[in-house]
Design a protein. Structure first.
Length: 72
């Protein structure tokens, strides 16, 4: 909501929380991209499983995947 001069959009919910926590794990797990098993199942490219990882607020621990990112 907002005015003509300033609009503010906010996304909330479990999916946003999980995405945010996965992004934070990129630093501690030293992977540039981390995805959930749901994303991996929908993605045409196969990811590399990095196993289940405890994430606050999500039980059981979700299995996470990583993908190679080609810089170019």
């Amino acid at each position: 909501m907002g005015t003509n001069k300033r609009l503010d959009f906010t996304a909330t919910g479990p999916a946003v929380g999980l995405a945010s926590r996965c992004e934070a794990l990129t630093r501690t797990l030293e992977h540039r991209l981390i995805a959930t098993s749901e994303f991996a199942a929908a993605c045409a490219e196969a990811g590399e499983a990095i196993g289940p990882h405890a994430i606050a607020g999500f039980e059981p621990a979700p299995t996470l995947f990583t993908y190679r990112i080609n810089a170019g």
